[in-house]
Design a protein. Structure first.
Length: 171
């Protein structure tokens, strides 16, 4: 049997970037798991003493906090920045962009529709940047009971399929 490797495999650039940040931030804590990979999280803990906290309320005397690749809520980020802890942002740029779009468009009066899993940390973070109406959906049918404004901005979770996103956009 011949085994062929895919031309593209392994961690995406956002995850590679976050791992490098964690390796250079010895003795830091992460706010939530830095990535979705327990083996890598354990390696960072063992080799670099990077510990995972579930939330900012667990911070207790640590000097450095790394923001996970999926980001955190706007409120948690503001609270962290007010504290004495050094904040190291490992949020993937592909996650930061939807946060910025959500904030900008909602300030301009757009209703925001986010295509994604409402319980995923990325979506919790993106949603927190809205200043007006925001709806999180996984299916276009969920929009049937929603009264949307004339101006609507649609944002997607980074790991969602483009085809499904376009169905939501064209609803």
């Amino acid at each position: 049997m011949k085994i062929e490797l895919a031309s593209s495999y392994g961690f995406c650039f956002g995850v590679k970037r976050a791992i490098k940040i964690a390796e250079n931030a010895k003795d830091a804590v992460t706010i939530g798991p830095i990535i979705h990979n327990n083996d890598e999280i354990n390696r960072l803990n063992k080799n670099f003493n990077v510990k995972t906290l579930e939330g900012i309320s667990e911070i207790d005397g640590e000097k450095k906090a790394i923001i996970r690749t999926h980001g955190i809520t706007k409120g948690d980020l503001a609270e962290l920045k007010k504290s004495d802890i050094k904040v190291i942002d490992a949020t993937c740029p592909f996650v930061t962009k939807p946060q910025q779009i959500c904030e900008k468009m909602s300030k301009e009066g757009y209703d925001i529709v986010i295509f994604g899993d409402e319980n995923h940390p990325e979506i919790k973070g993106v949603k927190s940047y809205a200043v007006g109406k925001v709806f999180v959906v996984l299916e276009e049918s969920e929009l049937e009971s929603v009264k949307l404004a004339q101006k609507v901005a649609v944002i997607s979770q980074t790991t969602r399929k483009v085809e499904k996103f376009m169905q939501i956009v064209n609803y």
